[in-house]
Write a protein that binds this ligand. Structure first.
Ligand SMILES: [Fe+2]
Length: 342
């Protein structure tokens, strides 16, 4: 008898085919699977820097990832916004991270207009003090229970879950680190290594150390004093067996070894990427800390990229701009307005 109904073998296979269609159809891809929480006995940290104008909303994604992945804290390596005044906007976005603790490092865009123009002496006389404003906004809170060891810098060391001693250094408030910060660093490293609770020491700073072999958009760009301080800091890191170094400033992902220490540049939280191409991607790093060691992995941003990242580099005085000549101050201001009003 003729029938439009599927023949017997097809009828038998139909439930399986329907299930396969449901699993592979749009509904299955509407939301990525939940990231796995850290294994028992592992403390997890998410780490990144350079969000600035963040037209693609990488920061909300990274903060959401922190909660979904069970992070013990989020370490931010500087350059929240284009200008210090806009840090209020970032401060509001921090509510998306709560209750995950937040440990920030100072970036040049936190203290310089557009990361370039120093807040001048006269402006400071009239109350402008970006370093102080930063400390007031972001330190000494429930989520950030630390205070800077200096009145004109953001420098601290703190003990975190997993036996991790985290040190935040400041290489943007001055050229290099300065003698007082290097003296503090030596004392803090010595104290941390004499603490039986310290298993690992991790350092975060905005600009990568000079002579890193990958970019001079780092402490190299601040002159001889900065290069000298960088060498002194690296010698201290080696003497006290620092385990990992994280920096930002370059809007890219780079893994390398410096002085035998595993190091990362991770400026992927939304600022225009410095190097065009399929290997350059907005991202955040995940650090897992356990008795068996430290494990760093890069998590690529999986949200839609709505705006091109190919047309500006308004960071400071990079001597080797990835996209040709250094933009003029006028061009930088125009770029800023362009991104603000996207
Ligand atoms: Fe920067």
């Amino acid at each position: 008898m003729f029938s439009n109904a599927p023949s017997a073998p097809w009828r038998a296979a139909l439930p399986g085919l329907l299930a396969l269609a449901l699993l592979t159809g749009p509904a299955a891809h509407a939301e990525n699977p939940a990231p796995a929480p850290p294994p028992p006995g592992t403390a997890r940290y998410l780490i990144g820097g350079d969000s600035r104008n963040d037209v693609n909303h990488v920061i909300p994604w990274a903060f959401d990832q922190s909660k979904r992945r069970g992070a013990s804290a989020f370490i931010f390596l500087g350059d929240m916004e284009l200008t210090p005044e806009l840090d209020v906007k970032f401060q509001k976005e921090l509510s998306l991270l709560q209750p995950v603790p937040f440990y920030p490092v100072l970036g040049n865009h936190e203290i310089d207009q557009f990361g370039v123009f120093r807040v001048g002496f006269l402006e400071r006389l009239h109350g402008a003090n970006p370093e102080k404003n930063f400390r007031r906004r972001f330190l000494g809170t429930k989520e950030t229970p630390v205070k800077s060891n200096f009145g004109d810098k953001v420098v601290y060391g703190t003990d975190l879950p997993g036996g991790l001693h985290f040190i935040a250094l400041d290489n943007v408030s001055q050229k290099g680190f300065g003698d007082s910060q290097l003296a503090w660093l030596q004392n803090d490293l010595k104290a941390a290594r004499s603490n039986p609770g310290t298993k690992y020491i991790v350092v975060g700073m905005h600009k990568a150390l000079a002579a890193n072999g990958h970019t001079t958009h780092a402490m190299d760009e601040d002159g001889d004093r900065s290069k000298k301080d960088s060498a002194v800091a690296l010698a201290l890191f080696r003497a006290f067996h620092v385990n990992l170094i994280f920096a930002s400033h370059l809007h890219d992902y780079v893994k390398f070894s410096q002085g035998g220490i595993e190091s990362y540049i991770t400026g992927g939280l939304g600022a225009p990427l410095h190097i065009a191409g399929p290997l350059s991607v907005h991202h955040v790093l995940q650090l897992d800390v356990s008795n068996s060691g430290l494990a760093v992995s890069m998590i690529p941003f999986d949200g839609p990229t709505l705006f091109s990242d190919d047309d500006d580099d308004d960071d400071d005085d990079d001597k080797e701009p990835p996209h040709g000549p250094t933009p003029t101050p006028v061009r930088r201001v125009l770029d800023w307005f362009k991104h603000i009003f996207h």
